[in-house]
Design a protein around this ligand. Structure first.
Ligand code: SAH
Length: 409
């Protein structure tokens, strides 16, 4: 089956799911039975049932965009549990011994969490095994106050469709006591682990990851499939944490771009190249721009791996890159933009106006900055019809992801 027909196929599945999601009575779904809910700062919307939760997100997006455009009904999840493909646990040594979990809200006290309802269950099981092994191998747990100890955090990424599992052990020093025996015990318990990376972070910082990475088992990244294409994801590259909803979101974004096979498209803030490579199947040329070096390397390899020859990926600031393109008199037919929460900047937006694409597809994780940036574009020759919200983070986050399209007047 070609990538294009696979994409169409997955669109069809999504359409059916979409209807199902909206029609089903979701009032019974809630997370209030979670034993950690009071202490763990992970979930913002813990007391509500899922239907009320979606309605609240819908109202929030409508409120932020009310003077700008119509907001379509939010796409929620059919099964809003265990959706996170990326799981992070902080380790601590307490009177009860070694614990792993999350920081209590607003503090650096660690709350022990063994089974989280929104995290991938396999990832949670691996973290529990690492905790048990850390006890039996007498590994020293890092103490944030004294700077003494070794193991700080564990980060796990699982490809939901590939089944590949990457374990990142964030440690204070590259010297791994009893490495061989520890690894063989861990792999014996979890043969599903495909790669293990040591990330060395010896600074007193609240940043989880340090600069240095040492691959100690496997290839140092995972692969996953989205909308019928395969992607490689390195530990520091951005990858959406909810792959089920990501397919819905990307499909809507690509549908709104109305590609005919000829367009020159820009994928700005492209991460590992997902949107550009998927959309590129229906376009003439793809130009991707991204700040994170590891993600750009992934994007280039992802193009090759999928046999794509019409895409080029560049590392740099998206705003500066667009300014450069505008100066050189370059043109683009469609711009996809998917900036971080802070939104885009004037350098980027003013250059987009100069490049004058027919359509700008804006994917946003923050309706507030989306509203601000869209207003800028509306004042400069673009118009907008409607916005489509998606619930990417059931329970854990008050934000919704929103995709919209602006047309050149
Ligand atoms: N479109 C991708 C990534 C979106 S997240 C996806 O769907 O997976 C936003 C991305 O913007 C991250 O990869 C981040 O590294 C990148 N980024 C942040 N600031 C940037 C900037 N000034 N210029 C270019 N990319 C930036």
């Amino acid at each position: 089956m070609s990538i294009e027909s696979r994409l169409k196929d997955s669109n069809r599945v999504m359409e059916t799911k979409h209807k199902f999601t909206r029609n089903k009575n979701m009032a019974h779904k809630n997370i209030s039975g979670c034993p950690y809910v009071k202490k763990c700062g992970g979930c913002d919307m813990k007391d509500e049932d899922y239907k009320a939760h979606l309605e609240q997100k819908q109202r929030m997006v409508e409120q932020k965009l009310k003077s700008i455009c119509k907001v379509m009904p939010i796409t929620g999840m059919e099964h809003p549990y265990h959706y996170r493909n990326k799981v992070h646990a902080v380790f601590a040594h307490t009177k009860q011994g070694i614990i792993s979990g999350v920081y209590e809200e607003g503090t650096h006290r660690v709350v022990s969490v063994e089974h989280c309802r929104i995290e991938d269950e396999k990832a949670d099981a691996i973290i529990q095994s690492i905790k048990e092994l850390a006890k039996s191998f007498k590994l020293k747990i890092y103490n944030e106050d004294t700077g003494y100890g070794w193991l700080r955090h564990v980060l796990i990424r699982r490809g939901f469709s590939s089944g590949e599992v990457l374990v990142v052990l964030v440690v204070a020093s590259p010297v791994f006591p009893s490495k061989k025996n520890f690894l063989s015990a861990l792999l014996k318990k979890h043969p599903e682990i495909t790669s293990i990376v040591l990330n060395v972070n010896n600074r007193k910082t609240s940043m989880v990851l340090g600069e240095r990475e040492i691959v100690i088992y496997g290839k140092g990244y995972i692969r996953d499939t989205l909308c019928g294409m395969q992607f490689r994801i390195s530990p520091k590259s951005f990858y959406q944490v909810n792959p089920v909803q990501t397919e819905h979101l990307y499909s809507k974004a690509i549908e709104l771009a109305e590609l005919t096979g000829k367009e020159r498209i820009i994928d700005a803030y492209c991460g590992i190249g997902t949107i550009g490579l998927i959309a590129g199947q229906q376009a003439g040329e793809v130009i991707g721009i991204e700040l994170n070096e590891d993600a750009v390397r992934d994007a280039k390899i992802n193009a090759k791996g999928n046999g794509v020859t019409n895409a080029g990926f560049y590392q740099g600031d998206a705003g500066q890159f667009m300014v450069q393109m505008a100066k050189q008199g370059e043109k683009a037919d469609v711009v996809f933009m998917d900036p971080p929460r802070a939104g885009s900047d004037e350098a980027f937006l003013s250059s987009v106006v100069t490049l004058a694409p027919k359509r700008i597809v804006y994917i946003s994780c923050n309706p507030e900055t989306l509203g601000r940036d869209v207003k800028y574009l509306i004042k400069r020759g673009y118009r907008i019809k409607e916005a489509y919200p998606f619930d990417m983070f059931p329970w854990s986050d008050k934000h919704a992801e929103v995709v919209t399209v602006l047309y050149k007047n």
